[in-house]
Write a protein that binds this ligand. Structure first.
Ligand code: GAL
Length: 416
């Protein structure tokens, strides 16, 4: 074959391949890499439901699930930052609504999505509280797929019925329940602290309970001092609470502790976000009840969104991914499996189980405060130091030292 024929042939082949890609609507590439930390029960199923919808609409795009295990993004966030700064971004990545975005230097590394919000009419279908949380430096950086609640006390119905107990709504009631469960050789509170954020998670729910919603919010703006005696009260309550958890907690993740102790009726309660609801669904476990963590009824909220890095290889495919995440159908498929409620206000509530239906009502009727451990209330720098202080406190129990350290990091971070 002459050289000319070979090169004409290759041009025809390349053209043909590109036309085929354009025809299948997949943009210039046929890949879509989605980066998240959703790997366990409920999380995996929810993500797959979104992939399935995407796949139906863009059958020729190959989805690469780049999920990195570790609750609350413990391992994923650091890896993501390295990929962004190293010029190897995924096509879309999980990002909490709120100040977490500051970690990734958005003006340098993330595409603002204001035009997308306009074209998809998102300002009309997302609640105002969430829209405000999603803005940073005057732009939208992520498209929310859910709303989660962090401050839930889950209880095992069989364990409670056997011991003739009611779910506690005050700390006094809580510690009475603890006593009654211990008398029956039941672990009062199932706990997993393997990923290092869990003591901080539990503590934010106790802080909200002891300080109330406004004073809790003030901790992150400087309006409430960390030297407040109520912060010490909250640390003392946390210390008391952690005295009655399973002794192997540092070897278990939140789902590990549920599997080991909660669904086996060896523990009575767990304090964790409502991804637990998704996990129960994935295990076909239904014998659970829930209450707000003792204290005033407050919604400790957070939201998972997806953001698009600048310079990602498959931008058209990623834009289409955002459309699926933002859509009524996407959110109606994802959230009933994930345990969360939809970010959109127009998704049919009858798709959801009783827990999620109650969370939908609470979201509209209770005061909402931002979660710190899940990216909403403070920058990642501050939230990381906060988590480390609480992880140390979980073993040391030194109230004065923890309060001093919390106050110091607040001073450092508020000064910036
Ligand atoms: C949160 C996230 C949830 C859930 C949880 C446990 O940070 O918002 O979607 O995945 O971590 O990993």
């Amino acid at each position: 074959m002459s050289r000319r024929i070979i090169s004409t042939l290759s041009i025809v082949l390349v053209l043909g391949a590109s036309l085929a890609l354009v025809a299948c609507g997949g943009g210039k590439s046929n890949k879509l890499e989605i980066f998240s930390w959703w790997t366990v029960g409920g999380e995996g199923e929810g993500l797959k439901a979104l992939f399935d919808i995407y796949h139906k609409q863009y059958p020729n795009v190959q989805i690469i699930n780049a999920a990195v295990a570790g609750g609350a993004g413990t391992n994923a966030k650091a890896l993501l930052a390295t990929r962004l700064t190293g010029g190897k971004p995924p096509d879309a990545f999980q990002l909490h609504a709120g100040l977490e975005v500051e970690k990734y230097d958005p003006e340098k590394y993330i595409l603002p999505l204001d035009d997308f919000y306009k074209s998809e009419g998102l300002d009309k279908v997302l609640p105002q509280d969430l829209l405000s949380l999603l803005q940073y430096k005057g732009h939208y950086w992520g498209v929310p797929v859910d709303i989660h609640r962090a401050n839930i006390l889950w209880y095992n119905k069989k364990v409670f019925a056997d011991a003739k107990l009611q779910p506690p709504t005050t700390w006094d009631e809580y510690f009475k329940v603890v006593k009654a469960l211990k008398a029956r050789k039941i672990i009062p509170l199932a706990f997993g602290s393997k990923d290092g954020y869990e003591a901080g998670h539990t503590f934010e729910t106790v802080l909200i309970s002891v300080l109330g919603p406004d004073a809790y919010k003030g901790l992150w703006t400087g309006a409430t001092k960390w030297t407040d005696p109520k912060v010490a009260d909250a640390l003392n309550t946390l210390k008391k609470l952690l005295a009655d958890v399973n002794s192997d907690h540092s070897a278990l993740t939140w789902d590990g502790a549920l599997g080991q102790y909660f669904i086996t009726n060896k523990a009575g309660m767990m304090i964790m976000g409502d991804w637990v609801n998704g996990w129960f669904i994935s295990q076909n476990f239904t014998d659970y009840g829930w209450e707000c963590v003792p204290g005033p009824k407050v919604f400790d909220g957070l939201s998972d969104s997806f953001a698009l890095p600048k310079g990602a290889p498959d931008n058209t495919n990623a834009m289409n991914w955002l459309k699926v995440c933002a859509s009524q159908a996407g959110q109606g498929a994802f959230n009933p499996l994930k345990g969360s409620i939809p970010a959109r206000t127009d998704v049919d509530p009858s798709l959801f189980n009783p827990y999620s239906q109650s969370a939908m009502k609470d979201w509209t009727s209770e005061p909402i405060v931002p979660s710190v451990v899940h990216g909403a209330a403070a920058t990642e720098k501050w939230a990381t130091v906060y988590k480390d202080i609480l992880a140390t406190f979980a073993t040391s129990g030194d109230v004065a030292a923890a309060q001093k350290a919390l106050d110091q990091t607040a001073t450092d971070n508020l000064a910036k």
